[in-house]
Design a protein around this ligand. Sequence first.
Ligand SMILES: Cc1cc2nc3c(=O)[nH]c(=O)nc-3n(C[C@H](O)[C@H](O)[C@H](O)COP(=O)(O)OP(=O)(O)OC[C@H]3O[C@@H](n4cnc5c(N)ncnc54)[C@H](O)[C@@H]3O)c2cc1C
Length: 539
Amino acid sequence: MALSNQNRQEACFQLMNQTFDVLVIGGGLTGASICLDASTRGMNVALIEQHDFAIEASGQFNTLLLNQSYSKSKFWKQAYKEQSIIKRQYSPLTQTVDMVNVEYDRDIEPNKMVKIKEQMIDPLKSSRYEKHEKPLTKKSSHKREPFLSLNRVKHLSLHQDSWIDQSLMTLNTLKKAGQFNADVMNYLKAVQFIYHDKKVIGVEVEDQITGELFHIKAHYVINATGSSSESVRKLDRYDQEPVRPLPMRKMIQLVVRKESIPINQPITIHYPLTQQRVTLIPYGQYVWIKTSERTYQSHPLENELSDEEFYRLAHVLARAFVKHTLEKENFIDIHTANIIDYNLIENQTDQWYQSNSGLISTFGVPLPFYRLHAGEVVDMLTKRYKKEKGILYSTSDYRTLTIMEQTKLHLNDIQSLLMADDELTEFMFQDLSKRYGDQLFKLISYYKKAALYMEKYPMEDQWLAAEVLYAIEREAVYKPLDFLARRKRYPLYAHRSIENDLDQILAVMRDKLAWTKEECSYYNRECRLWMDAHQVTDA
Ligand SMILES: Cc1cc2nc3c(=O)[nH]c(=O)nc-3n(C[C@H](O)[C@H](O)[C@H](O)COP(=O)(O)OP(=O)(O)OC[C@H]3O[C@@H](n4cnc5c(N)ncnc54)[C@H](O)[C@@H]3O)c2cc1C
């Protein structure tokens, strides 16, 4: 089924009128990859999402593929192998970056007693990129990064990482699953489970557009709702088992202006005193700061950044950068997500939990492991299903699939497809090719359609109108805010003409989605509040 909100009624009808092999709740990367894996094996799969796709943890800005520290060499090996598979599968979305690694010596300060025991099991010890690193001298490092403190540096090196636009990765995975006949639909919220003989046989969903309730039936139901996993699991009334807690890490991502931490290239700091690893990525006038913290089982999984976590991070940055400290007022944006701590996992079968009623709950894993994680969950399902029903499913095609191809076009080719007075700069062409890959052809057809809208609504930017039309018809976007967050990304922080763009986007969406005046002003207000919160307009 195409990822579109054009045929909603018909699509809901299809969902109600069959029993699926697998129903996945959650349209983030975990759900999308399970949905794709199961559908490539010939299973009849449905996926539901309560908002626009990839709008929570998987909707964050570019994610680094190797931005974790694994204490076991087998995880490093797997991560490198998966990195190259992901780069091949989503080539337009990935970008290679050279990272400077700095490891500081263990400078024990008398007033900050570090337990010897903790030092001995320091996870950073084995977090090196091993043979993938190239040593760097202090002199060349100073040339690259004059503000980096080289006092008591133990180890300096360079390694390559790749970053990927995770929200587009998720969307394209869902689109691919659609090509394998998965039924993928958003604005459907799972509100309770339905049972037969105390076993989960489906989900009651609430249509977030019409408010209607209906049932979707399936042999297996998978809860892939990220940070909502626990609350969705609580809807399962026959799940009385105490939760077997999984070791989790909390990913933290902050955005600050470059003046706060003036760096020239991506840097990873390993700091043994607080056992932290902090990655800084410069991007235009901004710097992304990423780190992760162990979350302890006795604590509920918090999505906020605690004061303690902030001070630990600020301490590392103050130690690493001459005369530069991080203050809370410097943040432009902050996001957190809880993911499984691979350092504390022995084998991968620990990554999900199945309740007595058969509901399977899965949690996010570090990005390079998504495909493997999906494969393991679906392997487990096929084994059971085969035994119960005597059906033989084929093996997964996920590994060999190209999910998104690089566009083969050059600027001149595109220009020849457009009208003579439609100008496309090299920069715009590169930008669109990166975000749309081989779908650029499709976008061009929307560019032509957009001309009609321009007649009706005098907009300035025809490409923007084309992107909105594409998002509505091919990515089932309902909200302008979600469109902006997914498609505009970084430039949002720097966007001076956002007010203007927003009016255009609202105009197209109002027309295509038949919004009422009230809905329009509601979304307008929501977008403006969000932009204020992210300091978009004063950049
Ligand atoms: C800021 C940030 C930076 C990160 N950086 C890295 C990194 O560098 N490297 C790395 O490996 N990982 C990183 N991660 C982690 C990675 O992004 C997450 O592990 C991953 O996105 C989790 O995906 P998910 O599908 O499990 O969860 P989500 O993306 O949160 O998806 C869950 C979905 O379920 C939906 N849902 C919830 N309840 C319901 C319901 N009742 N009915 C229907 N749908 C429902 C939600 O709307 C949501 O879309 C980062 C995360 C964040 C937030």
